[in-house]
Design a binder for this molecule. Sequence first.
Ligand code: SF4
Length: 406
Amino acid sequence: MNTASHDTPLNRHEAETIVIEAVDAGRLERIPAGRLAANLTAPDVLETVLEGARESKRRGKGDLVSYSRNIFLPLTNLCRDRCAYCTFAKQPDSPDAKTYTLDEVREAVDGGMRAGCAEALMCLGDKPERAYKSHREWLAERGMTKTSELLVQACEQTFAQGMFPHTNAGILSSEEMADLRRSNASMGLMLESTSPRLRAKGGAHYVAPDKDPAVRIRMHEEAGELKIPFTSGLLLGIGEDEQDRVETLFTIADLAERYGHIQEVIVQPFHPKDDTPMRGIEPLTDAEVAGWVAMARLILGPQMNVQAPPNLAPDALEWLLRSGLNDWGGVSPVTIDFINPEAPWPKLVELRRRTEAAGQRLVERLPIYPDYLLDRPEFLEPAVREAALERVAETGFVKSQSVEAA
Ligand code: SF4
């Protein structure tokens, strides 16, 4: 029986033994994960974890690293929550507050299609109608009572135009997700963190009821019951500790095992923004971020799609390419990252060059991964699946298109 607690120091040999066993078993267990996590800043342990994660990725995903050519469509930047790190959400009286009309959505989607984009990332604040009278009035003028009604219409219109919506709208009810499933290729909600401390006074999520871990876990479960290909994720550096990160990754692993619907897991570092209460928080180093991408790979196993956004670590793509990720996520040749507007997307040609320099191959995917699209038809609305199949080669990845101009 392993009686070591997580804060027992690890030497390189012990770390290697844990990692080799995990790679061979296809999954890192909880107690050894806690020990690696507590020692991850030790260079020997970090190197061992990175090597193991890279090997696990190689076994599950070969030399492929995918991305999705997308547009980021912030349907509304009003939000009822106030996360202490967020600059996306605006107050209704801000000159930057914006809710898209359906005509504006159509125009944005047309622009994305001209640039060869397949995914429309519908990203928006959480239930602003509950907080703001002016937003309720805006909706009422258009015959709606909830933002989710606008979202459903925007997604259906987008799908009819020829792009595949992927919705990330905060907490949605089961009924709302069922409506969105008709036109969405996949949906997502970062679990972010299961740490209860973040909801306490002074914590990042103190004024964010929709960031309650139990509420977010329930939505993951409901998406699983609806068989929605789902994106989850871990947000790094918002006040959680190493053991919280391990716990969050195991919660995601458990959801993936129970429902089989977690198609990708994002490991995303928090970037402090000047005009937020968390502006003074030190972000994780690039090496630490890579270490946590690697921990995600080892905990979630070789088949999971593990993603890290390239615009949040532009000087560290080589670190990330050694960490066992197999996906860069959405990269847009058209729109900015509205969540991290200070962080431009890399050019696709540059992303390909650096991916290939690390001995890996860049491929384009739709917002539905090949294994779900080709082998698990029950996870997609038939019309969405049919349209998606027309866009991909036999591999399930997008038929090749040039990255030179993108
Ligand atoms: S829920 Fe999302 S949009 Fe709303 S404040 Fe938090 S991070 Fe910002």
